[in-house]
Design a protein around this ligand. Structure first.
Ligand code: SF4
Length: 56
């Protein structure tokens, strides 16, 4: 695993409590990304999702 202490997580999911909308950044130090049940379609929107998401 490569660790990058200068990494930023850019995000625009406005319904997530971790989003800092004024900055367009996630407030977490790291997030967990996982395949969706729709995986293998080849469409990026179907292949991955943020499992660190929490509704406001
Ligand atoms: S937890 Fe995931 S969905 Fe929520 S702001 Fe961070 S990157 Fe975006």
């Amino acid at each position: 695993m490569t660790e990058n202490k200068h990494q930023s997580i850019h995000c625009s999911v406005k319904s997530c409590r971790h989003l800092k909308p004024e900055m367009g950044l996630c407030g977490l130090e790291s997030v967990q990304i996982a395949p969706t049940p729709m995986a293998y379609s080849g469409d990026p929107a179907d292949e991955s999702m943020c499992q660190s998401y929490h509704c406001k």
